[in-house]
Design a protein around this ligand. Structure first.
Ligand code: HEC
Ligand code: HEC
Length: 161
């Protein structure tokens, strides 16, 4: 068999495998929709509710312990509400035992670092290295944190091109 034919056969086999396994070549990410009532209510006033699967437990823990200074905003909650939301975030964090579909989110994070943003994760940066994020301020998307500004189904946990 010639090299060219062999390569074509290999590509066809890959495409077939992707189809059979239901793997999208674009690596679309599908996360469970956030259904927790407290989180939906309290974490949706300034931005989309981020899926807990997008950060590790230590990040949620740190974030929820200083909500009075949350990226320059005061997002403080009373303690009962805070603990309620934190327990949901921890149970479904990227490194929680039962979490499904985390899909490499934690790749490249040092064990002793506590990322404060999804958009600071090597995983996130890797997926956006071909996206022009430099002049978002002048567009209606405004910031990289505005997932739903580009991924119209982000609130349903569906991220694809
Ligand atoms: C008073 C407004 C406000 C509330 C309420 C609020 N946030 Fe935020 N949040 C912000 C701002 C502002 C940013 C920074 C956005 C940016 O950089 O464009 C942010 C960023 C974030 C990010 C990082 C996004 C990224 O860039 O990866 C996470 C995660 C987050 N918030 C989670 C939460 C959670 C969980 C709650 C509920 C407990 C919450 N927020 C409630 C204002 C708020
Ligand atoms: C300015 C628009 C923009 C914003 C804002 C944005 N993304 Fe993306 N994102 C893209 C584009 C475009 C791609 C496809 C990149 C490629 O394939 O080269 C992508 C790819 C992805 C992928 C991989 C899936 C795929 O089909 O390639 C994930 C997961 C993802 N983004 C999650 C997020 C999350 C979570 C946020 C918010 C914290 C976010 N994105 C914010 C534009 C954006």
């Amino acid at each position: 068999m010639s090299l060219a034919i062999r390569a074509t056969t290999a590509i066809a086999a890959c495409a077939l495998a992707a189809l059979t396994l239901g793997v999208s070549p674009a690596e679309a990410l599908s996360l469970p929709k956030v259904e927790d009532p407290a989180t939906l209510k309290e974490c949706s006033t300034c931005h989309m509710v981020y899926q807990p699967q997008l950060l590790p437990q230590r990040s949620w823990d740190a974030m929820l312990s200083h909500l009075a200074d949350h990226f320059g905003e005061n997002a403080k909650l009373d303690d009962a509400m805070r603990i309620d939301i934190l327990s949901y975030l921890l149970a479904n964090a990227a490194d929680a035992p039962d979490t499904k579909g985390k899909s490499g989110v934690l790749r490249g994070i040092a064990a002793d670092s506590v990322p404060d943003r999804i958009t600071s994760l090597p995983w996130w940066k890797g997926r956006h290295d071909e996206v022009n994020l430099s002049n978002l301020k002048s567009t209606k998307v405004k910031t990289a944190s505005n997932c739903i500004g580009c991924h119209t189904t982000a609130d349903k946990g569906e991220y694809h091109e």
